[in-house]
Design a protein around this ligand. Structure first.
Ligand code: ADE
Length: 249
């Protein structure tokens, strides 16, 4: 997969050299290219923002540098009409979920446009949408100082779904939120050696070797944790079970 990120803070994305994403890049599974937005300005101050029309606090990112940067990203692609899917992190976007991560992981090419200040002039998004798929994405109901951290979140969630990136091909199957066996339930607690530590014991069932019992215990634990932390997901899970077994509430 190829990923382009246009930003005024390329240094903010240094963690993309580390760990899982860094290894995927080193192995050639992920081709990440960072672009400095200010390279696409034409004034001595390398200005990327201006005051908002209609008034209000803060500054808005100017359309011209963004448009030229995105044009350059498209032009650096494989050609023959190939365009990236443009991901615009914004608190006003659609929620980032495991399902959206899976959809993005199926794309060959993503470009990210993380904003600073109050956001990017809307015409940049509308203009891009006429040429390429655009998805505005929020990573949660809070406001960050800029979209770069959201890019890190989205890239990591997507990268670990790419074929061959995780060591064990099975290891994201049981993830919290992954569609499938434990759909809609959070993952339960996990333990490793030693069996007793500071007087706390590993639940006996996990040492029993009885795989059916262990699976049932894990489902129960997932349910208990989901009920405590995400009752909204339990309600969704129950609706799913009702539908699956064609029951009426
Ligand atoms: N930029 C600022 N806040 C954000 C959020 N919650 N999600 C995505 N991008 C953002």
């Amino acid at each position: 997969m190829r990923i382009d990120v246009v930003t005024i803070f390329p240094e903010y994305l240094a963690p993309l050299d580390l760990s899982l994403v860094g290894k995927a890049r080193a192995r050639g599974q992920l081709d990440v290219r960072l672009h400095e937005l200010r390279e696409f300005t034409h004034d001595v101050h390398r200005t990327v923002d201006d005051t908002p029309y209609g008034g209000g606090p803060g500054m808005v990112m100017k359309p011209q540098p963004w448009a030229e940067a995105l044009d350059a990203v498209v032009a650096s692609g494989p050609g023959e009409g190939a365009v990236p899917t443009l991901v615009v992190p914004t608190p006003s976007g659609r929620p980032f979920t495991q399902e959206l991560a899976q959809q993005l992981a199926a794309e060959p090419w993503l470009a990210f446009a993380p904003a600073r200040y109050e956001g990017i002039d809307r015409r940049v998004i509308d203009d891009a949408a006429a040429r390429m798929p655009v998805v505005e994405v929020s990573i949660g109901d809070y406001v960050l100082a800029g979209g770069e951290v959201a890019v890190l979140v989205i890239v990591e969630a997507v990268a670990r779904l790419l074929p061959g990136v995780l060591g064990n091909a099975e290891s994201h199957q049981d993830d919290s939120f992954a569609p499938g066996r434990m759909a809609d339930l959070l993952e339960g607690p996990v333990y490793t050696k030693p069996a007793e530590w500071r007087g706390h014991e590993v639940p006996e069932v996990l040492l029993s070797g009885n795989h059916a019992k262990i699976a049932r215990w894990r489902r129960e634990q997932a349910f208990v944790r989901t009920l405590a932390n995400r009752p909204d997901l339990v309600a969704r899970w129950e609706r799913g079970m009702m539908d699956k077994h064609d029951l009426k509430a």
